[in-house]
Ligand binder design. Sequence first.
Ligand code: UTP
Length: 276
Amino acid sequence: MIKKCLFPVAGYGTRFLPATKSMPKEMLPIVNKPLVQYGVEEAIEANMTTCAFVTGRGKRAITDHFDISYELEHQISGTGKEAYLGSIRSVLDKGVFTMVRQREMKGLGHAILTGRSLVGNEPFGVLLSDDLCLNAEGMGVLSQMAELYHQFRCSIVAIQEVPMDEVHKYGVIKGENLRDSIYRVDDMVEKPAQEDAPSNLAIIGRYILTPDIFEILEETPPGANGEIQLTDALQTQAKRGLVMAYKFKGQRFDCGSVPGFVEATNHVYENYYGKD
Ligand code: UTP
């Protein structure tokens, strides 16, 4: 069973300035719940109850969120407002939360390498909480991927078809379609120009990684934007062994961008708010 999920939450969130000047992007709420809590709930649903945060300076609010607030608990205990704490209490009851700081922002690959001491030598999930994934009909995306892991025992990336004029925002795969939603990855490129993209199958912020990824990341030189790219390390892993890509069931909102964030807010308000 995969027990741990890594949350790289050290990024600056520049696209949300000035909101993210002194507040972590991951604490921006979709209606009344911070983005990172949606992510943690998805991980816990997949039985990945150890949530390991790779944080940075100015991100303390995230670790505080996953701890008791004694004053608040005391104030509203026994009042009609106590129910508002229900979802976070349930998360705190089920999860264990660990953290390490990424001192320099050297990219997603570097953030994952920084999380190595929290993960150890076992397969693990990775969840980028600015990609909000919802699946009203069934299992969350990480649960779907964990199930697939038991069949293939290799790293798995979640993918989504995107319009060709948006491929430059993503890591993009080239792969062989094995069955309906499963691809064997032959190649991947980070943020390709439209004319260089091998497909329109874009990697989104959900991964299952096998622990050999750490050694590969250690020897991966900085790539696009001078950052250590997870996509480059996954490409090496695919060339040496096996990496699968999975077209997940559900909806994904790019909450790292303002339009995606607004779309998610409207969707959650209309479909979920006040219904649990
Ligand atoms: P993004 O590329 O979305 O960067 O990172 P960002 O800083 O969060 O946002 P913008 O582009 O400045 O608005 C993808 C994910 O990788 C994490 C981020 O926190 C985000 O979840 N990340 C990125 C790190 O943890 N460390 C890094 O060095 C880079």
